[in-house]
Ligand binder design. Structure first.
Ligand code: ASP
Ligand code: MG
Length: 410
């Protein structure tokens, strides 16, 4: 007998028919002889609606009450699924966050899980009961309802799987798994069968929206096998798991892009120690995170200092930078709001030289100019003109042999 945690996302429980469909899938897993914990999101669109209500009622909604409000969507779905399973003759029981309990810190709207007690759940599981747990919710040490941040029910599921030492954590969603790139812009995109936690973290943080980043960090920490798959068919999905030697043989596992960044360049700053700190510390004080940074020093003693910030932070960042630039006698501040970041991710880069060159050659061949570059052990990102994003993704996808599973370049 295996202990299985299954999480169903918003579209999978989006209406009554779909909840009935989930009940049938749950019943099938249970009938196959498994113990089962089911974690649910709110119906799709529901959390957005609640967030909008909060923002309508006042300008700065109190965060404690915000969590009471937005956590309610999950209460609806767990009750409905538990009812449905019971009406089908199964033993089932809904659990809200505080009933597990999933204890978190008190950082409302972005709480972190501190402890999960398994006692209540173990008893019910031993008794043959299917547990239907609300995702996204927790409770702090003084009994306040908390939530784990948008998309947090993925984290709830992985955390429950870790606490119960489940055999597998299945994340059911509306796509077949994690893709090598966005299928909407690249026809050749294909499903990845297995991917390491670290690669998934890079892909997730770069915009592959299948799993909340924190859930992958959690899975990595506690070694939880996460199987991302569709709730609308029986296809095998993507297994997110610990890395093995086979994964290392693949140069590039995925290509992502982000169009939500902007570039700010501070031109001709007299080159002196402390310039970077002088420019960047007011930004960090304002809670603005800087992503890529490039500094060029010219022979005549001046430096150009360029960095990217998210679109959301752009206006504020520009204002702050203009002020700082003036103080350090920079000649000018230039901006570019139509850039995008394209990244290739793969464990194989660690042990194979020439991946970067191949990326740059491929882009050059298409006449795509690279404005900035950053690298990590398993990722290379470039900033390019936004209008070439799709083209860049497509040619890189081909160049690294991702479009055809059988052709993996050495
Ligand atoms: N319902 C929450 C949200 O929309 C949590 C989740 O779906 O994972 O963010
Ligand atoms: Mg989600």
């Amino acid at each position: 007998m295996a202990l299985v945690v299954q999480k169903y996302g918003g579209t999978s429980v989006g209406d009554i028919e779909r909840i009935k469909n989930v009940a049938r899938r749950v019943a099938k897993t249970y009938d196959a002889g498994n113990q089962l914990v089911v974690v649910l999101s709110a119906m799709s669109g529901e959390t957005n609606k609640l967030v909008a209500f909060a923002n309508e009622i006042c300008e700065f909604p109190d965060t404690r009450e915000y969590d009471v409000l937005v956590s309610s969507g999950e209460q609806v779905t767990v009750a409905l699924l538990a009812m449905c399973l019971k009406s089908m003759g199964y033993k089932a029981k809904s659990y809200l966050g505080h009933q597990v309990p999933i204890v978190t810190d008190s950082a409302f709207s972005k709480a972190r899980i501190e402890k999960i007690s398994e006692k209540n759940m173990r008893q019910d599981l031993a008794d043959g009961t299917i547990i239907v747990a609300a995702g996204f919710q927790g409770v702090d040490r003084t009994g306040n309802i908390t939530t784990l941040g948008r998309g947090g029910s993925d984290t709830s599921a992985v955390a429950l799987a870790a606490a119960l030492k489940a055999d597998v954590c299945e994340i059911y969603t509306d796509v077949d798994g994690v893709y090598t790139t966005d299928p909407n812009i690249c026809e050749g995109a294909r499903k990845i069968d297995r991917i390491s936690y670290d690669e998934m973290l890079e892909l997730a943080s770069l915009g592959a929206k299948v799993l909340q980043i924190r859930s992958v960090q959690f899975a990595k920490k506690f070694n939880v096998n996460v199987h991302v798959r569709s709730s609308f068919n029986d296809n095998k999905g993507t297994l997110v798991t610990k890395e093995d030697s086979e994964m290392e043989s693949i140069l590039v596992s995925g290509i992502t892009y982000a169009k939500d960044e902007t570039k700010i360049a501070v031109m001709r700053v007299p080159d002196k120690p402390g310039i970077a700190a002088r420019l960047l510390s007011p930004l960090s004080e304002a809670n603005i995170s800087v992503d890529m940074i490039v500094q060029n020093v010219s022979e005549d003693g001046y430096t150009d200092f360029t960095f990217t910030v998210s679109k959301a932070d752009f206006k504020k960042a520009l204002l702050i930078t203009r002020e700082a630039a003036e103080e350090i006698n920079a000649k000018d501040v230039l901006t570019d709001e139509s850039i995008s970041k394209v990244s290739i991710v793969g464990l194989g880069m660690r042990s194979h030289a020439g991946v970067a060159t191949k990326m740059f050659d491929t882009l050059a061949h298409e006449g795509i100019n690279i404005q900035m570059i950053s690298t990590s052990e398993i990722k290379i990102s470039v900033v390019i003109d936004a209008k070439y994003t799709e083209l860049a993704v497509r040619v890189l996808h081909n160049a690294f042999g991702l479009s055809n599973k059988d052709v993996q370049p050495e």
